[in-house]
Design a protein around this ligand. Sequence first.
Ligand SMILES: *Cc1c(COP(=O)(O)O)cnc(C)c1O
Length: 348
Amino acid sequence: MSYAYQRLPDPGAGLRLHLNENTAGCSERVLEAMRTVTRADAAFYPDYTRVHEAVAAYFGVATDWLALTNGLDEGIHAACFAWLQRGEGGERREAVIVEPAFDMYAACADAAGARLRHVMPRPEFAFPLEETLDAITSDTRLVFLTNPNNPTGLPVPRRALEAVLGRLPAEALVFLDEAYADFADEHMLDDLGSHPRLLVGRTFAKAHGLAAVRAGAVMAAPPVIDRLRRVLPPYGVNVFAMAGLLAAVEDHDYLDWYRGQVRESRRLVHAFCERQAIHAWPSQANFVLMRVGERSREVVAAMARRGVFVRDRSSEPGCAGCLRMSAGVVEHTRRGLAALEEALCDVR
Ligand SMILES: *Cc1c(COP(=O)(O)O)cnc(C)c1O
């Protein structure tokens, strides 16, 4: 089965290229599976055995190496509460966050009572390995890395991950957020077996288009997963997500189609930026970060007036003058770039 893009009923509010969502909507097969949920299914607490096995097989891990979560956000939240709460004597744990980073790490680590150590970016976002290693102390319990990173789209070099793992104090973990691994040349899930201190997070929100359904997974060695389970609610994944996931892990056609769209969209965005002499970072995700200049806010506002939403990232560390735009469905990327071109004319 091949996936032609089907026009979504117009959201009215405009074209959403600001949150890295899959603007094609989820796979039709996933929706069909959700429609098969019965009255009894809805009434009874779910049994996760089948979906747990299916998702573990999909990622190629044993079942005791995985926990399903209510979106990857819940995995981040649970890891913070399991690893970062104050010690018996009230001593504070530390979380290391390599900037620019996804907001949830700081929000959850802070809510859990941790001290945050932010590692600032290097020019061009070259991975700041020395600075990250220097930020690790005997109080460190979590180091957040994102591969490929949001908002830069750049991968974490494997040797950097290994160096960080090698520097951790006994109880600490690397939380490797791979929300965008579906679009990357390389991922690090296969490294789990050799790294007992590595926790990998995945989500069905982005590539599979299930952001509103809330479905993610965290994977690590069984002792890590056991500890996470002690803070995860027992029924965090609802029955529709469960039905949808069973279909999503089978639907390779949909995923292949969207990945193809992302590759072509990235090519279009990079070609546009080259023509316009806009600096953009070579993305391995379904979005591109670009430096449009001092008036990035106005550019974003001018695009919004044309009904296209992109994200101003200019206040993030290292991102002065930058906006981030989704690079997913090709037709939407073309519309986004047309709006960007006009917005740049308005503002210049
Ligand atoms: C979108 C995103 C998530 C959250 O995924 P959900 O499954 O929607 O909770 C986590 N990490 C990063 C880096 C993201 O961009």
